[in-house]
Unconditional design. Sequence first.
Length: 330
Amino acid sequence: MALLLTLMITVILAVIVLEFNYIMRVHATLSGNLTDDLKAESAANAGINTVEALLLNDMLADSEKDVFADTLEEDWASEITVKTGDASAAVAVSDEMSKLNLNRLVTAPQDEAGIESVNEAMLENVRRLFEVLELDANLVDCIVDWIDENDEERQFGAEAAHYESLDPPVKCKNGPMDSVEELLLLKGFDTEMLYGGEDTPGLAKFVTVCGDENGSININTAPVEVLAAVLNSESSASTIVDSRETSPFESREDMATRAPGIDLSEKCTTWSSFFLVTSIGSIGSEPSTTRNVSIKALLKRVRNEEGQAEGQELGEDYFSIDTAYWKVER
């Protein structure tokens, strides 16, 4: 009996020790993962901060030359890698003013009656972009119906009645979109259309939900597809691209001089204020052990001209970076 009791106690103690050891290893692993996540997120944050500094320095340099022009040859548009200790971040910056702003399809009320209206010029631009990308241009009606506040369906659109009949039902936004990914909720849109395939570009590369309030695009950074849609001419778009590769456009006067016969004054600008930054922080060298944290931030670069005192030197207080959107993905 004494021997059996001793064996039983030994077995129980062994089980307790093994369970305790297992719990400690689990907690150690969780603690290590949390530490790695924090390091990766810190690296991703450092990537965002680096882009903010590059954008401010670029604007300061432009102000000193009194030439406000943003191009794809500047530091913020190049491949950016940031290292912080044993973590690193790969950063990509997209000029949102090189794209068509979908939220400008519907204009805010301009009268006391509070009646919104469809921006016909932008509507045609977006339709032409769909045609250039070989997409169904009728789907633009679905975007308009998603944004406008009324419940009247356009010819090829969809309003609350359609979305509420889905399983599960979806609430029609009836307001500005918060992100391009929101298109996946709309009738007729899918992942391949938005992000493209091996041989086809996705719509997400050419549209945005922010940008110039008048819908102007940056002539120095806009893809040829966007320029063709805005100018309603593929040849004019190619001419613009060839010209800017030689020398970027520096002002509206420069555009008029170098592109005579092409109406650019109300459609294009030479500098940008909205930038979408994707910073992926990572730690670890092996694929099986690498921890990644991605941060997407929409940055708005602002010129504080009203706060500039006469004779005061330009500095960081003259320019600022506002964060319009921030999303962390683990």
